[in-house]
Design a protein around this ligand. Structure first.
Ligand SMILES: C[S@@+](CC[C@H](N)C(=O)[O-])C[C@H]1O[C@@H](n2cnc3c(N)ncnc32)[C@H](O)[C@@H]1O
Length: 358
């Protein structure tokens, strides 16, 4: 694996910035709904006990629900320092059954002991409602705070991306990670603006994008939605985090262990769907003479090709659940081998998000 930061030729210095987030406080009053919790619980059956890995602790909704079942243990991970407050409460309440690590989930192997054999590894991707409602993070279009968009343990902020990244790369990011056809125009406008003065807040960025999208006709969505999504994904390296984590989780799981992922946008879902298509019984059998169970590059049994979605009751309660898609599969006995086919398929995201070339 070779590192090749794509901004190197421009000699841009990406210094680690002062951690702005320290000033942020979690609002205890922010309402928090764990998305598709009932479906998750019915898949993992915690009433039978066992160890579970919650890779996206967030507001602790999944972890807490699992811990209500007496024979369970939960190891939780989140990159966001602010989740520690809730994690500490659970550690106090369940000292022998709960532990927390502030870590990126791509580093799952660093915090999980070998031979742990968890019953399930669970991901609930994206931002928590606490992060979204936190003005200081700069995730919202109206935020007059520092253009941050960091989830935690980041190399750079949205401020650095927007104000210093090469114009061509900025356009690629907006186009590919935001699926925004006006990526080039938006990057040009940003470039023009930043030569006059740095773009400091999310609100400023949003108003620059809106100038390009002034004829935008989708009144349901803010015209900045796609560009904000792209920059947020880039700042947090969300797609490469997911790809690496799926691989790590598959190494950790053993026979009958369950991998569950809840995702919220099509780029993530495409990665998860492909992963299960390539490495589960959903894969087209290369030889009709070889029973699929004997194919050594199959590591999972997938129950359904279609994702599960939130039921009507949940949709009424929590608007965020509208775009949630849950996919899961059950690990078999085959030893997990280096999944070059999967990585190759999504190489472009590694090139785009951090310039890693295999
Ligand atoms: C949607 S929330 C999870 C909510 C949680 N299931 C609950 O019930 O409260 C997603 C969380 O995942 C965390 N996260 C996102 N990407 C991560 C990564 N690469 N590594 C670790 N945590 C991550 C975010 O910081 C956020 O707190």
């Amino acid at each position: 694996m070779k590192y090749q930061p794509f901004y190197e030729d421009k000699k841009i210095k990406w210094k680690k910035k002062e951690k702005f987030m320290n000033a942020t406080m979690l609002s205890e009053n922010a309402k928090h709904y764990p998305v598709m919790l009932n479906q998750v619980l019915s898949i993992i059956s915690p009433q039978r006990g066992g160890t579970y890995i919650d890779c996206t602790f967030g507001g602790g909704g999944y972890s807490e629900a699992i811990l209500k079942f007496p024979g369970t243990k939960v190891i939780a991970i989140d990159r966001d320092k602010l989740t520690q407050e809730k994690a500490k409460k659970l550690e106090k309440k369940f000292p022998k059954r709960f532990s927390f690590f502030q870590e990126k989930f791509s580093n799952l192997n660093k915090v999980i002991e070998e031979n742990l054999k968890p019953k399930a590894v669970i991901f609930d991707l994206g931002l928590s409602s606490l992060q979204l409602s936190d003005e200081c993070r700069g995730f919202s279009f109206e935020s007059k705070n520092f253009l941050n968009m960091e989830m935690g343990i980041n190399e750079y902020s949205a401020y650095e991306v927007v104000n210093t990244l090469d114009k061509k790369h900025l356009a690629d990011i907006i186009k590919i990670l935001g699926d925004e056809r006006d990526g080039k125009k938006i990057a040009n406008k940003i470039d023009k603006q930043r030569t006059i003065s740095p773009i400091k807040t999310s609100k400023e960025l949003s108003s620059i994008i809106n100038q390009v999208k002034k004829n935008y006709k989708n009144y349901k969505k803010n015209p900045s939605t796609k560009t904000f999504q792209a920059i947020r994904i880039f700042v947090n390296q969300e797609l490469t985090q997911l790809i690496s984590a799926l691989i790590e989780a598959s190494k950790i799981l053993s026979n009958d262990g369950i991998l569950i992922v809840v995702s919220f946008h099509s780029l993530e879902d495409k990665i998860i769907k492909n992963f299960f298509n390539i490495y589960s019984n959903l894969k087209k059998n290369p030889s009709r003479y070889l029973p699929i169970e004997e194919n050594k590059s199959i590591f999972f049994k997938s129950i359904s090709k279609k994702p599960l979605t939130a039921n009507n009751h949940e949709l009424n309660e929590n608007i965020r659940s509208r775009s949630g898609k849950l996919r899961y599969a059950i690990r078999n006995n085959n030893s997990f081998v280096h999944p070059i086919e999967f990585k190759k398929k999504f190489e472009k995201y590694f090139k785009l998000e951090d310039g890693i070339i295999w």
